[in-house]
Write a protein that binds this ligand. Sequence first.
Ligand SMILES: Cc1cc2nc3c(=O)[nH]c(=O)nc-3n(C[C@H](O)[C@H](O)[C@H](O)COP(=O)(O)O)c2cc1C
Ligand SMILES: O=C(O)C(=O)c1ccccc1
Length: 389
Amino acid sequence: MSNLEVLSIAELEAAAMEKMDKMTREYYNSGSDREITLRDNLAAFDRYRLRPRVLKDVSRIDTSTQLWGKKISFPLCIAPAAMAKLAHPSGEVGISRAAANAGVAVGLSSFSTSSMEDVVAQGAGAIDYAIQLYVFQNRKTSEVLVRRAERAGFKAVFLTVDTPYLGRRINEVRNRFKLPPHLQLLNFENPGDVAVYSENETKAHGGDKGKPPAAGAGVDSILPQGNVNDASLNWETDIQWLRSITKLEIWVKGILTAEDTLLAVQHGVDGIIISNHGGRQLDGVTSTLDALPECVAAAAGRIPVHIDGGIRRGTDIFKALALGADCCWVGRIPLWGLAYDGQAGVELALKLLYEEFKLCMSLAGCKSVKEISRDHLIRVKTDGTLARL
Ligand SMILES: Cc1cc2nc3c(=O)[nH]c(=O)nc-3n(C[C@H](O)[C@H](O)[C@H](O)COP(=O)(O)O)c2cc1C
Ligand SMILES: O=C(O)C(=O)c1ccccc1
């Protein structure tokens, strides 16, 4: 299939499926357990219809918005997703180049297969980057990662808070997921510093200085028994801890409730991302679009509220903004673009989303993103009738 024939993200997804091996395809696409949340993330967008306004002079549309004091071309950025080189050799560098050409920001996973310096270099100052952070049992490893990101010019830390333990992704076990031997997790100077082993195994491998299980490492060794992260992470001490080691903005990724939004505000975080990790963590949690309104109300304009999960079309971006999100992020779409056609595939994906969003704004009668409001939506109730918000 040539780029000309891929006319929607759904078609891009289908084309990408043919390019990936089973292990990668299922690792990227799956959710946890029964995948209820994975499906609901998408379905939630279809529970709203648009209320367009007409005769609004839409001859000139400004889709842009601001993030970290810089203009982004439209409110859609690239969410951190681990191990992009499974999709294509250019990996996160290819994604970064595509994002720079499209004028949107990038979140880089702690577990990226390109180094953070190489990724940021592609932006050449034109776009901004956030480093996604897992706090490991060996905190020094996380600290080194954050300080390195600060030096490399990242603007923010996205502290992922929905993953004290990894969710149950059945495919990873069944497929005996492993990082192919030619790939490395390049954000760790000594990947052995990551708590990749259970305590006994760590000792067997010589403690923290033990060599990483580079070649042939399975999901059991990259993410053994969900033991990557420090599960003791908490509001009382750890935002402050992060604050004490970095001057970067601190954003919390993985909030789904008004209660946690309030705590984020109280602990002085700079922004939040409403996220359920793309349905890969706790299955059965609310879709992110359904969680958004209560979080927006709780934030009450004090901090920016972003969202990811299930965004597949320009109208989805519009709906999220109408419900109060300041910006959207996409995780799987860039991976599909990469698998389909490397950097060009990611550019294609961003172009499709940009054009769809711009058309949606125009046809709904919005000249700028500020004009997108709750009045542009109506909710489809379970009995099929419509309810004004
Ligand atoms: C293959 C894959 C790897 C991911 N890796 C990370 C990660 O390392 N850190 C993180 O915070 N989120 C990670 N995420 C979650 C994304 O940042 C994002 O929350 C999610 O993909 C959004 O849903 P979407 O894929 O429907 O756009 C990952 C998602 C996928 C699909
Ligand atoms: O796969 C993921 O969703 C993810 O977040 C992750 C966590 C640890 C290592 C690699 C990926």
